[in-house]
Design a binder for this molecule. Structure first.
Ligand code: B12
Ligand code: SF4
Length: 623
């Protein structure tokens, strides 16, 4: 049996770190590989041929040799996941949906998937494989019991192109003991953390060592969900690292109460954990109580963060604004805390109600939910919650203003200095060779710092740790991450919505450059939409090299100077156009997230498109 597993392209978000990946880090295309697919591959019968394609790093095959195509997805990937399922099904493949969102809302897949795997797949996937071989497969396999993680196999890391990711994922536990009102993790994975055995973890690390991995991310919901077991894991990791020259630099997700256990922090340090992601959400005790995040109420949060720093561990954190107790002052409080604590990568979201969570049920009952497209992307100025203590427009404006303040060069530098005052001996070393490290620094300076002008250069110099060089990798990573966020925010979050005149001017310039072709009807241009403007360009007649020479800079400038998207539709194409067309694509690649390409089905073999760079539209009915 031939099985093709696909991780669909993510829409761009703060997490994509696009600027860092394209401009600074060597040969990396995405942050993390799809661990769920590698786990699923390991659960297949040994005689099945399995291939994993991650559309975030490579194009999807349009004519795969596969009996079954399995597509995973989080909520943010839902529309692409549906598009891929529909496409492969229309080509005669048997299509299966699984992953985070199919686990939470399997009912939403009924139309496009032949089978839905809902929940952890360690047991039910084996059932599906058996049934499929016998021709008795069902439409839905739903895990309703409890999966013991000791039954989870070593993921097929060998099927992933690990060198293209900044971190490689592995997992020790699932589930979290807490009960934050907005959280869907405990709906999917429960409140009793389940863990793998230390032997299993050791086997996975052996495999990652064999594959020459250095940066590893424990993607647990909360690594310290079961404290005694977490301590055993960390002691084991320390011993493992001792034996193997500290090959790994680790990171993970954990709850803030880790700060209350100095022995635990000591173990984190000893095992070489460089950073931890923590859901801080709010510094207001009333809001924390409201959302049942009581584990954050043990002490002043700044004290907790600084204690974690004192063990050499950097803190990334998530914040939420929009709790019922929050007011317009909350924005200022969050700004002050994030700055004083020196949190370089604050993931700030407006309170959003995800389906099936207690928050969703409460707000629905109170009539405080609106419909919002793509509710899953919660790091943008939009929410499906009607705020209680401030107008919706004010919360959106406050959100944009907060990011603006945090992402000024001065704001970034101030946070770095506040962080370094307490993160004196960071464990994080970068995980790169000296040569690679110098290359990264060089690109950061020339592509990130110098283009920011004298003020950014000055702020950068002020953050350099002249007396403590061990802090340098942290400073470099801080600037790379912060400039990546800044670049994304400037394009997608904080841009003024009033770009209309700039848009029209750019389209006019483009049109006048190719006016002969437009008049002849060989190409059409149409600017559509206001909130999310889109320029539709349709190639429909004979186009020569001169056309591409003139259209390329115009389109490139359109994308560079506006935040609009472009839909490039190819309805006619001759073989001699391939070279100039590819030249056009190369110039637009850096804006690929905003470029949608629709190729007439009869021409697809003639016009190869890298779907990991551009949005390759496969749905039939596209305007
Ligand atoms: C690691 C991680 C990330 C990483 C890497 C993501 C990646 N490439 O895989 C990073 C940090 C980049 C990330 C980012 C985001 N994430 Co995330 N992430 C996780 C985390 C912590 C672990 C995922 C994981 O690897 N699990 C380990 C594997 C083994 O388990 P699994 O994926 O559940 O897979 C099992 C089954 O689902 C099934 N399965 C999986 N795939 C498939 C496919 C098929 C065909 C089948 C049959 C079965 C199947 O088999 C597996 C074994 O049982 C989860 C939390 C969680 N516990 O799932 C959140 C989680 C998946 N993320 C989430 C979110 C919301 C996001 C963001 C949108 C956050 C944001 N607001 O910006 C971004 C989006 C990413 C982007 N680029 O835009 C949500 C998704 C909610 C949902 N129900 O859809 C989760 C569940 C956390 C949460 N509740 O907040 N994330
Ligand atoms: S600590 Fe995190 S994973 Fe645990 S319930 Fe709260 S939000 Fe969910």
């Amino acid at each position: 049996m031939r099985l093709l597993l696909i991780n669909p392209r993510f829409p761009e978000s703060f997490w994509s770190s696009k600027w860092a990946l394209t401009e600074v880090l060597p040969n990396k295309r995405a942050i993390n590989p799809p661990l769920g697919l590698a786990t699923l591959a390991a659960l297949c019968p040994s005689d099945w041929e399995v291939e994993i394609v991650d559309e975030n790093i490579e194009p999807i095959p349009l004519e795969p040799q596969a009996d079954i195509v399995g597509v995973c997805g989080m909520g943010v990937q839902f529309s692409r996941q549906q598009e891929l399922l529909a496409y492969y099904r229309s080509r005669g493949h048997y299509v299966v949906a699984g992953g985070s969102y199919a686990s939470l809302c399997p009912e939403q897949y009924a139309t496009n998937a032949d089978t839905v795997i809902a929940g952890e797949s360690e047991y039910i996937w084996k059932g599906f494989c058996r049934d499929f071989e016998q021709g008795t497969q069902q439409a839905l396999y739903h895990e309703t019991g409890t999966v013991a993680l000791t039954d989870s196999p070593t993921p097929r890391f060998d099927l992933l192109k690990l060198e293209r990711y900044s971190y490689v994922s592995l997992q020790f536990s699932r589930g979290c003991p807490f009960r934050c009102e907005f959280c869907d993790i405990i709906i999917m994975f429960g409140r009793k953390p389940r863990v793998k055995s230390l032997e299993q973890v050791g086997r996975e690390l052996d495999e990652l060592r064999r594959l020459n991995v250095h940066n590893a991310f424990f993607v647990d919901d909360n690594l310290i969900g079961n404290l005694p077991l977490a301590k055993k894991l960390l002691a084991f990791l320390k011993e493992y690292q001792d034996k193997h020259n500290y090959q790994f630099s680790f990171g993970t997700e954990a709850s803030l109460n880790m700060a209350q256990h100095e022995d635990l922090l000591q173990l984190f340090r000893a095992a070489n954990f460089g950073w931890v992601f923590i859901g801080i959400e709010s510094t207001d005790p009333a809001s924390l109580k409201e959302t049942l995040k009581t584990q954050n109420l043990h002490e002043d949060i700044l004290t907790s963060v600084r204690r974690i720093y004192s063990y050499g561990i950097d803190v990334m954190a998530g914040f939420i604004i929009g709790f019922d107790h929050d007011t317009l002052d909350t924005f200022e409080q969050q700004y002050r805390f994030i700055t004083e604590a020196g949190i370089l990568f604050p993931m700030i979201g407006l309170l959003t109600a995800l389906p099936k969570t207690p928050l969703y049920d409460r707000l629905k009952q109170d009539g405080r939910l609106t419909t919002l497209e793509d509710v899953h992307e919660n790091t943008r100025p939009a929410t499906n919650v009607i705020p209680k203590s401030m107008p919706y427009e004010a919360i959106v404006d406050g959100y944009i203003a907060l990011y603006r303040r945090l992402l000024t060069d001065r704001g970034i530098a101030l946070r770095i200095r506040n962080q370094l005052r307490f993160l004196r001996e960071p464990t994080y070393g970068g995980g790169y060779s000296t040569r690679q490290g110098l290359g990264i620094l060089w690109r950061l300076v020339w592509r990130g710092i110098v283009p920011g002008g004298p003020s950014r250069i000055w702020q950068f110099l002020r953050t350099l740790p002249w007396r403590t060089p061990a802090q340098l990798p942290t400073v470099v990573a801080d600037w790379i991450g912060a400039l990546s966020m800044k670049e994304f925010a400037e394009r997608r979050v904080t841009v003024e919505a009033s770009e209309e005149s700039a848009l029209k001017r750019r389209v006019d310039l483009l049109r006048s450059a190719i006016v002969g072709y437009v008049t002849a009807g060989a190409v059409t241009l149409k600017l559509q939409g206001t909130g999310a403007p889109n320029l539709a360009v349709c190639l429909k007649g004979r186009l020569d090299g001169t056309f591409f020479k003139r259209a390329t800079p115009g389109l490139e400038r359109f994308l560079k100077h506006t935040r609009a998207s472009v839909t490039l539709r190819v309805d006619a194409f001759q073989a001699h156009q391939l070279e100039p067309f590819q030249g056009l694509l190369r110039r637009l690649a850096r804006y690929g997230d905003r470029v949608h390409i629709v190729v007439d089905e009869r021409l697809r073999a003639l016009v190869p498109i890298d779907s990991s760079v551009f949005n390759l539209v496969l749905a039939r009915a596209v305007d």
